[in-house]
Structures are given as C-alpha cells and as structure tokens.
Design a protein. Sequence first.
Length: 85
Amino acid sequence: MTRADDAILEFLLNEGNHPIVSTPAVIEANINYKISHVRTRLRKLDSAELVEYYDEDRGLYQISERGKAYLKGELDADDLEHTSE
C-alpha cells in the first residue's frame, strides 16, 4: 500500500458522511496526486478489491467493504501485499 492508496480510500470513504462515488479526475483534484498515478493506483486497489466500480461504463469508483475494513485496520498487510507495486 502507498500513501496515494490511503488518500484515495480515505477520500472515497468520506468519513462522517456518505461514501463518495467518483471518477479518477475528481479524486485527483481532491488528493493532490497526478491523474495518471490515481488511475494506476485505482487499478491496483480494484485488483485488491479495496475499491469497486459503481458504474464501469462511466468510470465511477466507490470504496468496497474490504476497503472500509482496511481503513479500520481489520486487514493484515499480508492480505494486501500485491497492491504496493
């Protein structure tokens, strides 16, 4: 996991409010990482099932239940090892 991964997940979680459904461009505008990096990390997070498509045709992502569990500290780092590349 990277700092960008945490920033993406925290943005989508929108703690204290309803989770956000967002495009990579909107995420990029809110977390201060370049769009290419956000897209790369979203693919990795999707592979690890930490985010999921809300609407694949429109490129809308949302945090998954597994992503919420990660942010709560309920997943072991070993379970997420392949997302750090």
